[in-house]
Structures are given as C-alpha cells and as structure tokens.
Ligand binder design. Structure first.
Ligand code: ZN
Length: 186
C-alpha cells in the first residue's frame, strides 16, 4: 500500500490517497485504485493565544496519577495532555509480552481527545523509576506523528538541559523542524 498526499482542487483541504490497487501504478491516474481521506485544514490550525500551555500543573497531574494508579513503586509511567479548553486527559499503557503490540502512554489520551472532538495543546510523558525518580520523556517519533494531527504548535515536555527529571516546553515544530507533511499544514 502506498501513501500519497497531494493538494487537490479544494482550497482548504489536503488529500491522502491510499493506493489500494496494483503496485505498478505510480500516480493516481485511476481514482478507483485510491481511497481518499480528506483532512479539513482547520484541524491543523491552533490559534495562538488560545492554547493551554504546558505547565507544572499538567506535569504534577501526571505524577499524581502514577502514584495513585501504581503505588507499588515499580517502573511505570503515564502521559497527561491539555485540551484547548483546559481539560486534562491522562493515559497509560500496559507492558505486553510481545513488544510489537505495546502502546505508548500517550496513545489513550490522543484517542480520547479525538473521541471528544477536542484539540490537544500540550503533552507530557513521565516514567517513574523504582527509586522514585521521575524521567521526562519527549514523545517518540510515532507519537510526534500522532500529535501533529493538531499541528506544529502543540507543546511537548522534553528534559531540561539534559536533566532527566526537569522539564521544559518545546513545540512540535521545534522538536521536528523538518516534519515530512509540513507543506500540507496551514
Ligand atoms: Zn510514542
């Protein structure tokens, strides 16, 4: 299956064409071989000044959840995210025997926001070690891709000055300045 993204005649939409047909076709000359997923451009726009910024409250809510959900001091983690109206969504994910089947801690909150039709504006992912140390994890490449659904202005927590327990905020477009789909973002 081949993924193509192109501008089409709609001024405010991008299209993702997923090739469903024979592998020797290189261009979408035969639309019947493609399924188009239209992405409204407003899903990529976050107006500056309206977003909930990453702050200590969000970070602490993530730590509090970890302590409440996992009181036995094992290595566990979670992610916390602001939606644009200030709701905090928190999720975690279980370890599984086959790591290919594992989910990132962020996945649940991302799906929850989408279910509620809310924009995510900030995200933090934290792991607690056995000694109680908290480690700030930037979103992995896959989660950066997932969070880019809401545009490059989404803020994510990264370790501050390489101190693993301290955080600072970076926008996705700072973490990944050459994001592959940037030409299709408004
Ligand atoms: Zn991830």
């Amino acid at each position: 299956m081949k993924l193509l993204i192109s501008r089409n005649s709609f001024q405010d939409r991008s299209s993702i064409f997923v090739r469903l047909g024979a592998p020797d076709l290189e261009t979408p000359k035969k639309p019947c071989f493609y399924k188009a997923f239209f992405i409204p451009s407003n899903q990529f726009n976050i107006q500056s000044g309206e977003i909930m910024k990453l702050d200590e409250k969000l970070v602490q809510s993530c730590k509090d959840f970890i302590e409440e959900r996992f009181p036995n001091k094992e290595i566990e983690g979670a992610a916390a995210m602001y939606t644009e109206d200030g709701e905090i969504l928190i999720s975690t994910a279980p370890e599984v025997f086959n790591s290919f089947a594992g989910l990132c801690h962020e996945a649940g909150a991302i799906c929850e926001a989408y279910k509620k039709n809310k924009k995510i504006t900030a995200s933090v992912c934290i792991s607690r070690e056995k000694d109680g140390t908290y480690i700030i994890f930037p979103p992995c490449g896959i989660c950066q891709e997932r969070l880019y659904h809401w545009g490059g202005d989404v803020e994510v927590a990264v370790p501050k000055d390489n101190q693993i327990s301290e955080w600072e905020s970076k926008k996705l477009n700072e973490v990944q300045p050459f994001y592959w789909a940037k030409p299709f973002l408004k």
